[in-house]
Design a protein around this ligand. Structure first.
Ligand code: HEM
Length: 435
């Protein structure tokens, strides 16, 4: 089909307020896949980029990390927002005497440096390492499901509803990452609040009277840095090396040198943030999908052995990460369009996960779907999700534990979302005991 450029210009796939109001822009992505899969997205207030919406193209770009690099532009934000974020980071770095040119964390780096840093923690996310956690994961998930059941009953009896995110979804990811990093359980909730505020969630318990959100965001960033600096100091002072991820990183060497405090803070905050928001969102979105498709919930409850394909389908269906950007360092031809060196691309993973050329009936939520070559964890390139195995195991454990609770639960309203374009995670999901 030929594209009508004028009507494509009215499409908006970057306004996070729209994601919060109406959910993901599925119709806009459908049109782009059909009419302009490599689409020059130029909107006021935004640096232009090529919007990539097809499954094959996300794979083509992600797998060419020497042509499409991470280190120039990784996020898509308005020009004003971009400037605010980089000047915040620069100010913080100057204040601490850090290197203002150092990337925030390994995601903003390219190989070979990216690879060396990534390898330092890879051992924590292998299937073998996770197998050791499996029993604990299942026990924790069962305990949290029990708590959810009790809360559902008491909240509903009191005439109210309960927030599934608070009552269940956030608990498992937080506990696992907190433990993996070796952080005290009493700190986990505060760290979750800090990561939330850092990505723009208006947490009423955190905001000071009259404080604008962007100030709170900067304050949370600075508190997170101070917390991590403390963790690093403690680990450096410890006579015995611990086996938690924070200790391993603090004592690690790259090319014979230990990581700087700045690199360590970035690394620890990355693991904490990446491990929490995304998996929590997949669990909440998965339960929302199961409650919205009761026939699929019934299939899963009748055949719990489907928990593996069901959790994969939840990843495809919810696609918690909306996008990452890359910058071309050489000209590249894609579907007859030349992406010039220096130009940016934005890869939209949820759109790739509804690509009708890859998925049969992509808008059907199907807990038994197979094959299911979703790209929720990215496109199999150098930056493919480091925590993919952990996320898969967590999701499986969560769904398995929820099977007895699902038939007793119903949605009690629409979700609210975090105003963060990259991961517009479900912030609240109202549920109640089924009538
Ligand atoms: C459902 C849950 C999750 C989803 C949907 C998800 C998705 C993603 C995506 C799309 C990327 C970028 C891939 C690319 O650029 O090609 C990514 C990278 C990453 N993820 Fe995840 N993620 C999840 C859970 C986790 C967990 C539990 C961790 C644990 C620490 C984690 C850690 C990371 C890290 C460190 C990176 C950067 C890797 C790199 O640049 O080399 N993620 N994730």
């Amino acid at each position: 089909m030929t594209a009508d450029p004028a009507s494509l210009e009215s499409l908006d796939i970057t306004d996070v307020a729209l994601y919060c109001e109406r959910g993901y822009p599925w119709e806009a992505w459908d049109r782009l896949r059909r009419e302009a899969p490599v689409y020059r997205y130029e909107r006021p207030g935004f640096e232009p980029f090529w919007a990539i919406t097809k499954h094959a193209d996300v794979l083509a770009i992600s797998s060419r990390s020497s042509i499409f690099v991470n280190s120039r532009r990784l996020r898509l934000a308005t020009i004003a927002e971009d400037e605010r974020m980089s000047s915040n980071l620069r100010r913080q770095a100057e204040k601490l005497g850090w290197d203002t040119e150092e990337p925030l964390d390994l995601v903003f780096m390219d190989d070979p440096r990216h690879r060396k840093l990534r390898l330092l923690s890879a051992q924590f996310f292998t299937p073998a390492a996770l197998r050791k956690l499996e029993r604990d994961l299942e026990q924790m998930a069962d305990g949290f499901a029990l708590g959810l059941r009790e809360q559902l009953a008491s909240d509903t009896a009191a005439g109210g509803q309960c927030d599934f995110v608070r009552a269940f979804a956030e608990k498992l990811p937080l506990a696992i990452i907190g433990r993996m990093l070796g952080l005290p359980a009493d700190d986990w909730m505060q760290l979750k609040v800090l990561t939330n505020v850092m990505i723009g969630v208006p947490e009423p318990t955190y905001l000071q009277p009259g404080e604008p959100q962007h100030r709170a965001q900067a304050r949370a960033g600075s508190e997170m840095r101070e917390y991590m600096r403390d963790v690093i100091r403690q680990r450096r002072a410890a006579a015995v090396d611990g086996d938690d991820l924070a200790s391993v990183l603090v004592h690690a060497r790259v090319d014979g040198e230990p990581l700087t405090e700045q690199q360590l803070v970035g690394y620890l905050a990355l693991i904490l943030g990446a491990g929490n928001e995304t998996t929590r969102n997949a669990i909440s979105g998965g339960v929302q999908a199961l409650l919205e498709h009761p026939e699929q919930r019934d299939v899963l409850c009748a055949r719990p052995e489907l928990v593996v394909p069901a959790s994969v389908e939840v990843l495809r269906w919810t696609s918690p990460v909306v996008l990452f950007a890359r910058t071309a360092v050489r000209d590249f031809e894609l579907r007859g369009v030349t992406i010039r060196a220096g130009e940016d691309v934005g890869m939209f993973y949820p759109s790739a996960n509804r690509d009708e050329e890859v998925f049969e009936a992509p808008y059907r939520f199907d807990v038994a779907r197979e094959p299911n070559r979703h790209l929720a964890f990215g496109g199999y390139g150098a930056h493919f999700c480091l925590g993919a195995n952990l996320a898969r195991w967590e999701l499986r454990a969560a769904l398995r534990a929820l099977i007895p609770v699902l038939p007793e639960m119903e949605l009690a309203g629409r979700e609210t979302r975090v105003p963060f374009l990259h991961v517009p995670a479900i912030q609240h999901l109202p549920v109640r005991a089924a009538a």
